[in-house]
Design a protein around this ligand. Sequence first.
Ligand code: SAM
Length: 260
Amino acid sequence: MDTFYTDHWKTIEPERLSRYEQLFGFRPEQEPFIEALALSSATSVLDFGCGPGFMAEEIASRTTGRVVGVDLNKAFISGAQSRNTKRNLDFFHLADDALPDEVGRVDRVFIKNVLEYVPDLESTIASLHGTLDEAGQMVVIDSDWGFVLVEPWGKIRTDRFFEAASAAFREPHIGRKLPGLLTSAGFEDVNVKVIAGVDLLGRGVSVLQNMVSYIQEFGTMGEAELQAHMSELEAAQMNGSFMFILPQFVVTATKGNTNV
Ligand SMILES: C[S@@+](CC[C@H](N)C(=O)[O-])C[C@H]1O[C@@H](n2cnc3c(N)ncnc32)[C@H](O)[C@@H]1O
């Protein structure tokens, strides 16, 4: 349980793996995340924690620069490698904490929905800072599980639900901590935007269903209560009262010319 937040990414059972491949596909509303990379002046991009690689693939289709995706999970990387048809795109498995030598130095680091899982935030951010060229840019995208709206659950039940799932994350409130973490690591020009899409149709239910599977594994909420919550969401989708908002913190920062 103590290291579940990282272990559950290392080995993923096939059913969950294919669910993630659906969940992590690129969607047009994610365009602002790629815009934040300012690709017109980029020559090389590292997508750290690229998962199945769909975002890296999208980035590679918008730049002639080199794009490298790395991830902790072997199955994600072998799937991404076998789908890859782009000459400027490579994927590598992260066998340990160190970035593979093939990554080299880059002028952009992209890291989306990953930092909430890393065992040591300061050392991961320091390593990404180290891989950037001087004046290189970091784009971090993360949610913050204390800042989610699920209607008709209301705030108290929503907080209780995410509290029950919290062992799945090393830092469930990562969004609000990003500016401080990046500044301490020596980044400059730290800028934060919050992008909050409103889901009225029920796409967010797959995110909540994923949380349910964690909660069932932890036993932190009774099965009857969980099922009641999920049935309520189903009814809400039918009667139009469903709403899901999971804001994304989009944080950009520049590597200065001083080492901290
Ligand atoms: C929520 S998924 C996000 C995947 C992808 N970035 C996206 O947004 O579609 C989190 C990813 O982070 C990876 N991950 C978790 N801990 C990691 C670590 N310490 N180093 C590298 N990748 C890690 C997982 O294997 C998983 O692919």
